[in-house]
Design a protein around this ligand. Structure first.
Ligand SMILES: [Zn+2]
Ligand SMILES: [Zn+2]
Length: 638
């Protein structure tokens, strides 16, 4: 007897399973893709021994189901390529985050778009044949013989490095691949396929090895799911913050400066300034104190903090100044601790909350750098909170509330929350871990937030809560972290004098609400596709006189706007009005105020809203009221 778990959550104890395949037990259904048998993924054709405890059936919504689906499609791809190009040698073809790829040795030939079309058509043909996919186990020696006959030298190379004596191959039609599995029962399970691209790659990712051709693709059980996915990637391309950052003249990354280092152009800097001002004010309202700290610090500081022992590979190399070793800071924490330690602290002073827009530098491999999202220099919206034990719960509630307030202010409404708890190896007493973890859970409960617990996934120095936002395309972005630290107060011997005169250690909490300004701006640009809410738009209004004779009045309008703290620009160039409008639309300026003879005579403007067209005549005072409300309420639409 074993417990069977089904995709929709149903659970059933089933008897007499010995000697039957999983498919014999649960029936053949196109949405049953693969099973997890006592924690190990298995084919549905796997024969049960009768000693199993739990069998979980996975459909496409399950990560293992999806992985198996895409991995099987990569075998279908390899089969199609082998049928069309018999001389090509196969290498490996894993499932990836979105879809799959397969690497082929084509002896230098690069697949053309026409080839890819043919390959896709062949793959569809193979799925229509609904070929059974069969697993066969054989000895390593037999497998080497098998692939020798096929001339698949890469498979032989892999086999020669495998330690175990038995290996498995999966066969479908005339195609066989060395593979651990599991796979779908037959090729007909795959319904909608799309080849996405091809590119050059190297055997084992090493440029000294043979050059290969990689084909990327994706597949789904329904055509509508594929269509939706393709629409999503089209939309994501349009929203790419690197593309929009250039078009809207927000920032640049230049070789001459170095990879992963951001130059903020005036328009990007304006957005950042608005966010920073808002951020500062909200912190001051909540009892935070702002601090500024240097970009470099002596080696012994990073020794005390433990960074040199545990974080060195993420740090920029050492600098020598006056025979002393310095490092550029990868984190702000040690500096804030030294401000805390600059005098004797009393229990009366708590909570102590130091906030800083702290610019840090971390070494990231050049291959992983990505626009504003993965960089080498960035500014964290950092804070360190020091509290007494009796203040922990209250302060955690406040900081979680603050987090959600900030994210909602930017128009994010969809969050996933994860709490990571004590790992096996840790510092700090059990009692501290319990208090900290309980306070994180209670804060989330109090706010009516659901969360997932990542059991044992916390850092060794304390539990944490992560807030992940979902953007307009339902993609997830990690922003906020609230992280306890039981380690640094020890390492720096932080103390305060308690009511009873004894010396105690404070609790320390690291937190970033937005993460970093760079990453957060990247997220904002992609979420809004560049159409930022009015309060964040670098240029909120463009004043556009139709001809020279209206430019004096236009200038008066422009001056009124900027005197009321509206970020306005005047475009009084001697250009056609249509051209000026097109340019303003391209720069995604929310409001265009068009001024001709009629508008001037009626002492007002014609309002044009970005992406929505002409809204007709409006008095300037009325427009000011309208835009100010949008700004004050941080409204998302124009
Ligand atoms: Zn495989
Ligand atoms: Zn910190």
């Amino acid at each position: 007897m074993a417990k069977f778990k089904f995709p929709k959550g149903e659970e059933r104890e089933i008897e007499d399973i010995k000697g039957k395949t999983i498919q014999d037990v649960v029936g053949k259904r196109k949405d049953y893709l693969v099973a997890i048998v006592d924690g190990v993924p298995k084919d549905l054709t796997f024969k049960l021994t009768g000693s199993e405890n739990e069998v979980e059936i996975c459909d496409f919504s399950h990560p293992v189901g999806k992985d198996t689906y895409w991995h099987t499609t990569s075998h279908i791809l390899a089969q199609a390529v082998k049928e069309l190009f018999p001389d090509v040698k196969v290498t490996i073809g894993p499932a990836i985050e979105n879809g799959f790829y397969y690497d082929f040795d084509t002896q230098g030939y690069a697949f053309t778009p026409k080839d890819l079309e043919k390959i896709e058509a062949k793959m569809i043909e193979i799925t229509k044949l609904d070929l059974p996919i069969k697993r066969r186990e054989l000895s390593r020696k037999e497998a080497i013989e098998f692939f020798k006959k096929l001339g698949e030298t890469y498979k032989i190379e892999i086999l020669e490095e495998i330690e175990s004596d038995t290996v498995s191959i999966y066969e479908q039609g005339g195609f066989a691949d060395l593979c651990r599995g599991p796979h779908l029962p037959s090729t007909g399970y795959v319904k909608a396929i799309k080849i996405l691209s091809s590119s050059g790659s190297y055997w084992r990712g090493d440029e000294h090895n043979a050059r290969l051709q990689r084909i990327y693709g994706i597949s789904f059980p329904k055509k509508s799911m594929l269509d939706e996915y393709l629409k999503m990637i089209e939309e994501a391309k349009k929203r790419d913050h690197r593309k929009l950052g250039k078009e809207l003249d927000l920032f640049s990354i230049q070789e001459e400066v170095g990879p992963g280092l951001i130059l903020w152009h005036p328009r990007g800097a304006t957005i950042r300034m608005v966010i920073e001002d808002f951020w500062k004010n909200e912190h001051l309202k909540r009892g935070y104190q702002l601090v500024y700290t240097p970009h470099v610090g002596r080696a012994n500081l990073w020794q005390t903090s433990g960074h040199l022992d545990f974080y060195r590979e993420n740090m920029f190399p050492v600098m020598k100044v006056d025979e002393q070793e310095y490092f550029i800071k990868p984190m702000n924490c040690p500096f804030h601790i030294l401000i805390y330690k600059s005098k004797i602290r009393s229990y009366r002073e708590f909570p102590i909350k130091y906030a800083e827009m702290g610019t840090v530098y971390r070494y990231e491999k050049s291959g992983v750098l990505h626009g504003l999202l993965r960089v080498r220099g960035f500014t964290q919206d950092d804070a360190h909170i020091f509290v007494r034990e009796d203040q922990v719960e209250d302060e955690i509630k406040k900081v979680l509330e603050f987090t959600l307030f900030m994210l909602k202010s930017f128009g994010f409404e969809d969050f996933s929350i994860y709490i990571s708890t004590m790992p096996e190896k840790h510092v700090g007493s059990i009692q501290m871990w319990e208090l900290a973890t309980r306070s994180l859970k209670e804060a989330a409960d109090d706010m009516g937030l659901s969360y997932e617990i990542d059991e044992g996934a916390g850092a060794f120095y304390g539990p944490k809560i992560d807030v992940v936002i979902k953007d307009a395309l339902k993609r997830e972005w990690q922003c906020s972290t609230i992280q306890f630290d039981f380690n640094l107060p020890e390492r720096f011997d932080m103390t305060y004098r308690d009511k009873d005169g004894t010396e105690k250690r404070p609790y320390m909490i690291h937190r970033a609400l937005l993460g970093s300004f760079e990453r957060f701006l990247g997220t904002l640009i992609e979420h809004y596709g560049g159409n930022l809410p009015v309060w964040l738009s670098p240029t909120q209004v463009k004043v556009l006189p139709i001809s020279e004779e209206n430019s004096e009045f236009a200038r008066k309008v422009y001056k009124t706007l900027i005197s009321k703290n509206i970020r306005a620009e005047l475009d009084d160039r001697n250009e056609k009005i249509g051209y000026k409008i097109r340019e303003a639309e391209k720069m995604k300026v929310p409001y265009m105020l068009i001024i001709g003879r009629k508008e001037e005579s009626m002492n007002g403007v014609s309002l044009r809203v970005h992406g929505m067209g002409d809204k007709g005549f409006i008095k300037l005072e009325e427009f000011l009221e309208y835009i100010n409300e949008k700004i004050e309420k941080k409204e998302v639409g124009y």
